[in-house]
Ligand binder design. Structure first.
Ligand code: COA
Length: 405
């Protein structure tokens, strides 16, 4: 796509999401709008853009710590007058071809609705929880002492230091994605129009170690009001990363201790975040929803399975069913363990038979094969292979992706 077409792309996508046109003065495409136009598609009818879709190039941390290049599918939208005619399906097929040609072993996406993408071979690989904590009853079991200090910094310093801390932290977090410079500039700092409509001022707090190294941050907004003369304000955590669990605990403590704040909310939190275990009364932490976050669509099973490490040594043959990307369908022999893995095509009898969606869902260790089997989604041809697959693919902490795109 050419740069001159990006404004039309932005407006087509906004129409698909029932948003008003960008207001005057905010129309110029930002860096994130302009990124990777060679991976940006539009369906056009009589000169009008009626459907859009794009891919951002990321890398994904997989078990064992490797960073695997992936295509991040985004901006999927078809304007309301042109739906259910196959435009999305055409975009999906083109994206699979594009990523395959580039040698990306998988595509990933976050979905507006949970019912759309399974038909295209995507499975839910990470989950995310929105939490809400009564700050007035948030006492911790133990005092948090890191030996470091907290500093409230301005946006310029945050823009310089947060990406560095995030990069350092994410190697420990399976499921996390790289964040290009444009992502930081446009998604976290210069918020797109509307995104911050219900939240107030934004703040950035850095944690620095005893030796002065930045090793954690929390980005949050505070909004709310006064009721009968009493403050009813909420601190909304937008992003948090730390190199060390103690630093993360201190950042949670910081937002809970903010004067005038009665509630702490976080719209995306790992399902197994230790926060509830820090609390004297874990019941004060409620989960408003736990939803699918990162969906994985495998394109090259051998490359993807060989790229990760496994919690236990084992050898398994998978028969993978794929009705859309039929080149992928077939049998694969995986031999892997904590030190390395190999995965090749085979004609051996399968141990497990499953759809490409299920292998994508289990790939990062976010769900056990035995759970999927209990849902009728995986067939165990060789007794014991479900238990072995569960052991091998397990990942702790659970995979988590805190990046929206
Ligand atoms: C979701 C969306 C892109 C679908 O586009 P579309 O061109 O109408 O989709 P297609 O005609 O190619 O539909 C393909 C299939 O997906 C199904 N489908 C489409 N949208 C769906 C939805 N929201 N939920 C469940 N199924 C859906 C269709 O029924 C069709 O099923 P079939 O293959 O069994 O016939 C479009 O409805 C849209 O823009 N929605 C609002 C914005 C949005 O949610 N975008 C997704 C961002 S992640």
């Amino acid at each position: 796509m050419a740069a001159e077409e990006v404004l039309a792309l932005v407006e087509a996508d906004r129409r698909a999401f029932h948003a008003a046109p960008r207001p005057e003065g905010r129309r110029d495409p930002n860096g994130w709008d302009l990124a990777e136009l060679d991976r940006t598609l539009a369906a056009v009818e009589d000169g009008e853009m009626v459907g859009v879709g794009r891919i951002y190039s990321f890398d994904l941390v997989v078990p064992g710590g490797a960073r695997v290049p992936v295509g991040g599918v985004s901006w999927i939208g078809v304007i309301p007058t042109h739906r259910r005619r196959g435009i999305l399906s055409a975009i999906m097929r083109r994206q699979i071809a594009d990523a395959t040609e580039r040698g990306e072993p998988m595509l990933v996406l976050t979905a507006s609705e949970g019912g759309i993408y399974r038909r295209y071979g995507y499975g839910v690989a990470t989950w995310s929880t929105a939490v809400s904590l009564d700050a007035t009853r948030s006492e911790f079991l133990r005092e948090v002492e890191t030996g470091g200090r907290l500093r409230l910094v301005d946006e310029a310093e945050a823009a310089e230091k947060l990406p560095m801390i995030y990069e350092g932290a994410r190697v420990q977090q399976v499921g996390s994605l790289s964040r290009p410079d444009e992502w930081w500039a446009c998604e976290l700092f210069d918020l797109p129009i509307d995104a911050n409509a219900d939240s107030g001022a934004r703040f950035y707090v850095l944690h620095e170690s005893a030796t002065g190294e930045p090793d954690g941050y929390v980005a949050y907004a505070v909004d709310g009001t006064w009721q009968h003369g009493n403050p009813q304000k909420a601190a909304r955590v937008r992003d948090m990363a730390a190199l060390d669990p103690g630093v993360r605990a201190r950042l949670w403590r910081y937002v809970c201790d903010l004067d005038l704040v009665t509630r702490v909310e976080s719209f995306t939190t790992p399902v197994d975040d230790p926060l509830r275990w820090l609390l004297v009364d874990s019941r004060q932490l409620s989960r408003s929803c736990t939803n699918d976050w990162l969906w994985v669509r495998l394109l090259d099973v051998s490359a993807a399975l060989a790229a990760r490490r496994y919690a236990a040594e084992g050898r398994l043959t998978f028969e993978v069913v794929d009705h859309l990307h039929t080149d992928l369908a077939g049998r694969y022999l995986l031999e892997g363990g904590p030190e390395g893995a190999a995965c090749v095509r085979t004609d051996r009898d399968p141990d497990l038979v499953l759809g490409v969606q299920e292998l994508g869902a289990a790939y990062l260790g976010g769900v056990g094969f035995s759970t999927l089997a209990r849902a009728g989604l995986v067939d165990e041809a060789t007794p014991g292979s479900l238990a072995l697959a569960d052991l091998m693919f397990a990942s702790s902490p659970l995979p988590y992706c805190g990046t929206w795109f």
